[in-house]
Design a protein around this ligand. Structure first.
Ligand code: PSU
Ligand code: MN
Length: 307
């Protein structure tokens, strides 16, 4: 029995892959854990529409009843949005047990990359990735997302990482593991809600064609790992640095007081930051995901034109 025994690729996605047409993967943790209902469902459906408008087929990825799904129906997206936090956040270590037990799982960047790769999808759009947490020198809290980027050949288009993380250490980790960090139209690593972080990316690229070519060469060379494309939030939706950093510091202080750890840390910090910044951060979050979906679709198209 091989891994495909556990995988369901939706017919439209399967046809696109078979015909060498562009496909963009999307994660489901952002739906179940990243945003409140019903904005989460509305956003997920809009992201799929934006990908289609830019010439690619969307494949939202999740685990349903123990099946690895590449491509969800609107009804399945609604189900994930409505169930929200009640769906298990599924990272690499959760995959086998969830499948064995026939459970549902919301896929993180890690498991979305894994399932995309199994299905033959090369490009993935999301909001933010996990990374090295502040204080990791004692907690050892490093997201499995970084390890997956080190090994799985999927391009992840995101808006950088939130400064709930130690961005400097996150870049060090990616450098050690050979993951190229690209700035889309920028030399500076964006920090999700803000366009700047004070850290430089490895390379700046300005067109989807340039991104596609670099990733094609990386795959041709069989280097094995992923590529991280960081696309800054549109200027009009960028948040005030002071406001966001104050909220992040407060969220981290509260998580330490409450002894939050393990897989609960990231969802706790994200929820706290949202609570402290009100609706503004949700609106920014939605807009940056749309922006990433568009670049990912155009890059998937450019990638297919090369192959
Ligand atoms: N960071 C964000 N937004 C998110 C996540 C992280 O700014 O939605 C989610 C993603 O699904 C990511 C996961 O893959 O959290 C990382 O969790 P952890 O730090 O527990 O590995
Ligand atoms: Mn962690």
């Amino acid at each position: 029995m091989n891994m495909n025994h556990y995988l369901d690729v939706n017919p439209e996605v399967a046809a696109a892959i078979a015909e060498g047409k562009p496909v963009v993967a999307l994660e489901s943790t952002i739906i179940s854990h990243g945003m409140p209902y019903p904005q989460n469902v509305e956003t997920a459906l809009n992201v799929e529409r934006i990908i289609r408008e830019n010439g690619a087929v969307p494949a939202t990825i999740a685990i349903i009843g123990g099946r690895l799904k590449a491509g969800l129906t609107p009804e399945e997206i609604e189900y994930f949005g409505k169930k929200g936090q009640a769906i298990t956040k599924a990272s690499r270590r959760d995959l086998a047990v969830l499948c064995a037990r026939g459970m549902d799982g919301a896929t993180t960047v890690t498991t979305t990359m894994m399932i995309a790769h199994m299905a033959g999808i090369r490009i993935f759009a999301t909001g933010g990735i996990g990374g090295v947490h502040r204080g990791a020198e004692t907690t050892m809290d490093v997201s499995a997302d970084l390890e997956e980027l080190a090994h799985t050949p999927v391009m992840v288009v995101c808006a950088g990482a939130k400064s709930i993380l130690d961005l400097g250490l996150t870049l060090e980790y990616l450098e050690t593991h050979g993951v190229p960090v690209i700035g889309y139209g920028t030399d500076e690593l964006p920090a999700f809600y803000t366009r700047k972080s004070g850290f430089n990316v490895d390379y700046r690229m300005d067109t989807p064609e340039e991104l596609a070519k670099a990733f094609k060469v990386q795959n041709d060379l069989s280097l094995g790992g992923g590529m991280l494309v960081t696309n800054p939030i549109p200027e009009a939706y960028a948040m005030d640095v002071e406001v966001i950093n104050t909220a992040i510091d407060e969220a981290i202080a509260q998580s330490r007081t409450l002894g939050i750890h393990g897989k609960a840390t990231t969802p706790f910090l994200l929820a706290k930051v949202k609570e402290l910044t009100g609706g503004d951060s949700l609106d920014s979050n939605i807009q940056l995901v749309y922006n990433n979906a568009k670049i990912a679709a155009l890059t998937a198209k450019a990638y297919c034109a090369l192959s």
